[in-house]
Ligand binder design. Structure first.
Ligand code: CUA
Length: 354
C-alpha cells in the first residue's frame, strides 16, 4: 500500500488532499527549486474516449447497486437498533429466539445471486466491448516499451521513436481516429494507465499486450506506471498529448526530421560524442545510436525530463546532466563526472535538439 500511495494521491484529489500535501511537501525537500509542477491532477470520473467511458458507466452502475445495498442494510440495522433498544422497565430476560424462516432465507440467497449475476454479465459485456475492438485500417499504431523508469514510444508507420510523451490525433464519433498501442517491456512488469482515456494494461517481458485509446478532446492527459517496478516507479509518468489532425501531422513531420546540426553548438556536440552518452542515447542522423536510454533527437520538444521527474527547461536540463541521481534517485543514468565547462557545452548542444 505504501508504495502505491503516490499514484493514489495523484488520482483522487478530493479524498487525499491532506496526504497529497504531505507527499508534495516531502517531494519538495528532494529538489526544492526544480520540483515537478503537478498542477494537472487527473480524474477517473472525467472519462474522455470510448474505453474510459465504458469503464466509467460500469463503475457508476456498480456504485449505484452498492449504494442501494448499503442504504437497505444500514437502514434495517439502524431501525432494529432503535426499535429494539433496551428500555427502562425491561425485565432483563433474553427475548424469544426465532429460528428458520424459508421466505427470509430464500430472499437473502436469491437476491444476492441475482445481483452477482447482473454484475458478471455487465462486466463481461464491458470487457468484450473494450478488448474486442478491431483497429480500423487507418488507425494509428504505436508500440510502447516500458523501461525502468521511462517509456519508449515507437511509431513504426512513421519511422521514428520518442519517449514519455505520446502524441496522438483527436478522435470523434463521426470520424473515429483511435490509437492502438502494442505494449512490451524491456525489463520488468509495468502498467500503462491514463485514467481519463482507458483502464490499466500491464507491460510484461516476452509478451505482447494491447490496448487502445480514442480521446475526443485535444489537450494533455496525465498518467503513470501503475505496477510497482522498482525504485522510481512513482516517477514513471506518461503524458498523452492529443492534437487536432493537422497539428498532429505537423508534429509527425517534425519528429521525422533528423537532428539539427547547429554550428554554434559544435563544441558541445564534440564533447557529447566523445563521452559514453552515445552508448545509451540515439540522436537520429548522427553516430549516437544507443538504445538503453531515451531517444534524444527532439529532446527539447518534450515538456518534462526523466519521465515527468522535472519540467524540461535549460535549468533542469543542466541539473539533470550534472547529476541525474539528484533529480531521480536510483535511475540508470549515472553521474557522468563532467567538468563545469564540459557540462555547459553539452547542455548548449542538447538545447539545440528541437
Ligand atoms: Cu513501471 Cu511501475
Amino acid at each position: 500500500m505504501k508504495l502505491r500511495l503516490p499514484i493514489a494521491i495523484r488520482y483522487s484529489r478530493a479524498s487525499f488532499t491532506g496526504v497529497s500535501f504531505l507527499y508534495f511537501a516531502c517531494a519538495s525537500t528532494v529538489a526544492p527549486a526544480l520540483a515537478y509542477d503537478a498542477s494537472g491532477v487527473t480524474n477517473i470520473f472525467k472519462p474522455d474516449g470510448t474505453p474510459a467511458r465504458a469503464i466509467f458507466d460500469y463503475t457508476m452502475l456498480v456504485l449505484a447497486i452498492c449504494a442501494v445495498i448499503f442504504i437497505v442494510v444500514t437502514g434495517l440495522l439502524v431501525y432494529t437498533v432503535a426499535r429494539f433498544r433496551r428500555r427502562s422497565g425491561d425485565d432483563g430476560h433474553e427475548p424469544p429466539q426465532v429460528y428458520g424462516s424459508n421466505q427470509i432465507e430464500l430472499a437473502w440467497t436469491v437476491i444476492p445471486i441475482l445481483i452477482v449475476f447482473v454484475l458478471s454479465l455487465v462486466t463481461a459485456r464491458t470487457i468484450a466491448e473494450v478488448q474486442n475492438a478491431v483497429p480500423p485500417p487507418k488507425a494509428l499504431q504505436v508500440t510502447v516499451v516500458g523501461h525502468q523508469w521511462w517509456w519508449e514510444l515507437r511509431y513504426p508507420d512513421f519511422g521514428f521513436v520518442t519517449a514519455n510523451e505520446l502524441h496522438v490525433p483527436v478522435s470523434d464519433a463521426t470520424q473515429p481516429k483511435p490509437t492502438f498501442l502494442k505494449l512490451e517491456s524491456a525489463d520488468v512488469a509495468h502498467s500503462f494507465w491514463i485514467p481519463q482515456l482507458a483502464g490499466k494494461t500491464d507491460l510484461i517481458p516476452n509478451r505482447d499486450n494491447a490496448m487502445w485509446i480514442d480521446p475526443m478532446t485535444p489537450g494533455t492527459y496525465l498518467g503513470n506506471c501503475a505496477e510497482y517496478c522498482g525504485t522510481q516507479h512513482a516517477q514513471m509518468r506518461i503524458r498523452v498529448i492529443v492534437h487536432p489532425q493537422d497539428e498532429f501531422e505537423k508534429w509527425v513531420a517534425d519528429q521525422q526530421r533528423e537532428a539539427i546540426s547547429d554550428a554554434q553548438a559544435k563544441t558541445g556536440r564534440d564533447v557529447f560524442f566523445s563521452t559514453s552518452c552515445i552508448n545509451c542515447h540515439t540522436i537520429k542522423g548522427t553516430e549516437a545510436d544507443g538504445k538503453f536510454g531515451p531517444d534524444l533527437t527532439h529532446l527539447m520538444n518534450r515538456e518534462t525530463l526523466g519521465a515527468g521527474a522535472v519540467l524540461n527547461t535549460a535549468e533542469t536540463l543542466r541539473a539533470w546532466v550534472r547529476d541525474p541521481q539528484k533529480l531521480k534517485v536510483g535511475c540508470y543514468m549515472p553521474d557522468m563526472q563532467l567538468t563545469d565547462e564540459q557540462m555547459d557545452q553539452i547542455v548548449r548542444y542538447l538545447l539545440t535538439l528541437n
